[in-house]
Design a protein around this ligand. Sequence first.
Ligand code: DHB
Length: 554
Amino acid sequence: MHQKNTPLKACAAAAAMLLALTACGSDNDNALVGVSDSALAFDSTKYTTINITIDGVQVPVRWYKEVCYVAKPVAMSATQTSLTGASSTIANPTCGYQSMNIFVPESVAANTDTALYFAVNNSGWFASYIKASVADGASFNSTTSNVGAALKAGYVYIDVATRGRGLTAADGSYPGKVPSQVVDAKAAIRYLRLNDARMPGSASRIVVNGTSGGGGLSSIIGTSGNSPDYLPYLASAGAAGIDANGGSTLRDDVLAINAYCPITDLGNADLAYEWLYTTFGTRAAVGRNPNPAGSAQLAAKFPAYQQGLKLANGSGAALNSDNMMDQIRQEVTRSAEVYMAAGGTIPDLGEQMTYASGPTTGTYTNDWLDVDNGTKKVVSIDMAKYLKFVATQATLKAAPAFDQTGMTITAASGESNLFGTASQKYSNFTEYAWDNNDVHGDGIGYDDTGITGSRHFSLATTPVMGQVKLINPLAYIGTTAETAPYWYVRHGTRDRDTAFTVSINLTRALQADPKVQEVNYRLAWNQPHAGNYDVPEAMAWIAQTLKAAAARGL
Ligand code: DHB
């Protein structure tokens, strides 16, 4: 049976209510409760009721608006500028990037067992300003909207804002560098743990949902539960459950992850991307080859990286660069066969495939996939032509794909501004990009410093390698961190935003971790870089996961 109050939670709840302090598993009287806990007590009376419609039925919902989950939010500039230079004024510079909107269906207001559907919104790995997915008068279809489906299932729906790249603080610094977004999500989880006894739902049943940058954030949250690595950052944010000695009195692990196309393993994502799109000459074949020498140099580093992960392929042998392409082929095969088994039809060789990419719809003559729709089996896949198809229906990224700021090969839009100090606009975070940075005067790279990437990143004065670890789920799987036991991961078969190897490696690593009960992974047939396209299936998985967890006493 599910136990709502573990001793640790009961203690934390008592702290939040400012009751007499009791021993909370620590010898040190100063270390009994989190120093910010009393400032972070949830006020259950502070909501407005809104009315929404789900599948035509009116549903009253309590909205706890913009709940600030840290005691020391970073004051932000009221004017924020996007990477494209567009500026906007934000209404809540005090805590709008460190708050959550909590939506509680009235029917579960007194239910202390239901799940908390914890949606992170940091697409692009950008800062996510507080967002309300539920608005008074809105109507939802629970077969297409994960928001409507979660509320209909009686879960508490939470929109979580976090710091992230592109953000400017009131003092002009850049407060969204790694690990700020991970710290913020953990601080929100700690808030829910601290206040568990006085909030609807159970903080032991947090299901994290995120897409792309959000899939990446979900993945690191799901793998790094309770890791001490984040405690100093949590302390300076004024997160719940950090005692006067910087120790933790609360947990920040979660039950389940529902992640789509995670943009993750950023330190190695460039190698994987170039390996995937140069092995069969895809870049050249589609005329998107801005840096052939760089692509070759990066791709050449992939085999050693892949070997170093020490993962197994589907049949138990080492997963390496020799058999990775075949693993991808097997995953695409499985994706197509699941689709056909569910009643879908796939065009024959020589027929037109239609696809929608963003607002445009395109067609492509199927020259890569031979299926038998009668037996619902894949006959063969030509991987070179498959990858060319992927790179035709969406333009490939620059090379390098992720750490490209400071390089003039193409317009930059990569993740370099996630890294570096709060006073640096960006920093390269891979040796290749550092060594090839050619924007003179940006203070970054061999060109400006005369120091190689290899030497620079090993210096104690640069935070970059630590940051690369703090955002990398593969660095935590199989360690003493509390990895979430349940995972549902999807990555579209048409997604060109990161290499398919990224989600394959993540899920293979999870499968090898004895703490993980279930990994439900699949390439999603004919899906682009997107998420929440499979609401009934994902929701059924969550419902079944909650049952399985309850049966295990979680
Ligand atoms: C997202 C997309 C990207 O291509 C990327 O590098 C990071 C994030 C996104 O859609 O969230």
